[in-house]
Design a protein around this ligand. Sequence first.
Ligand code: PA5
Length: 441
Amino acid sequence: MDKIKIDISGVLPFVSNKQIDALEPKALDAIKKLDEGTGEGNDFLGWVNLPSVISSEELEDIKKTAEKLRDKCDVVIAVGIGGSYLGAKAVIDALSGTFASNSKVIFAGQNIGEDYLHDLLGFLSDKTYGIIVISKSGTTTEPAIAFRLLKENLEKKLGKKEASERIVAITDASKGALRKLSETEGYKTFVIPDNVGGRFSVLTPVGLLPIAVAGFDIHALVEGARTMESQTHQPGAENIAQIYAVTRNALYNDGKKIEILVNYNPKLHFFAEWWKQLYGESEGKDKKGIFPASVDFSTDLHSMGQWIQDGERTIFETVLSVESPQSTVKIPSDDDNLDGLNYIAGKRVDEVNKMAELGTRLAHIDGGVPNIRITIPSIDEKNLGKLIYFFERGCGISGYILGVNPFNQPGVEDYKRNMFALLEKPGYEEQTRNIKNRLKN
Ligand code: PA5
């Protein structure tokens, strides 16, 4: 019962097995491209066998560094954005107690909010803290601003030398401003492999170091991913990543342009954020691609439920269903029964949640929303490792079926060009002139 399972029976009222099977040749070709490195973007395939090649020495080094940071610091700030942020945040949130107020890891550099940074510095004022600064390019503006502020603050508190012992940088082996800065300041560093793109990097030190600092078992996470790597290696009817990729493409070809990742466990909220980046940045190009959205049910049934039940029929749902919650809470009986809830007294809260899930699935299918159901046994390191690799593998296959390069993100550069021109960054003089003229008109 420890397997992740996929159930596509809820899509069959909408697309036939024949439509799904028709994509099989494309799926086989996609898998071949991933495994032989013959497709577009083949210089970014390091994630494919990452779980099975990551060495125990590297994992130990990450663990030791994490222990050092945990010992020395009340709190550690993981500074990064996009792929240098979301994987760690997703796993840490999924594994942490919902109201844990003593979280060892907090995040910065994922926005340019002045209030956020002000509040963060205030929060840190009476704390000893460390920093993990993460940027593959080493030049991304959001984390660079946060890091400059945090570094300056820490150096003021502790002096340069003590501060540098609490700073770890994760970046490219040789390129980028962060690499240069780390070498000058003598920080401990980890390398993001050249052939692993940001959104596929959670199983490198990018995700593993913050996760280890938060106190979670990175060996189990990687072991789970390794299991899924071998389970989804061979093409065929048992390959759940292939089934997922083919099914979502069959739905897309049938006019279902939006995929909503649904969870019934709020601990998975940020897992969906990670998934949205993985699929959105990988597939949304060449004027194609499923738009990845997400909801937390049953919370959002009371806000988005109407639209999903009854709005434009261009959506499908992929439900992440957790078989067993980590804890047990039963609904008590009440002699007066003034709230009328005695009919569910004695039941676990999760039994009610499961009925909400089943009832919603049936209602949404009746309302014209295809339903893919992915079941995980429970939320722990091993299963999260499996789920991460499952979605990565599914994404690679799906992107190639769609006919795009899933491993680049040329569109992300456009806003940066405009922002740098507006901020008059050296080297952007011509763009600054152009954008100012444009804004005058
Ligand atoms: O997936 C990606 O490549 C991006 O989302 C990056 O992770 C993100 O832009 C952050 O880049 P960097 O790690 O270079 O700071």
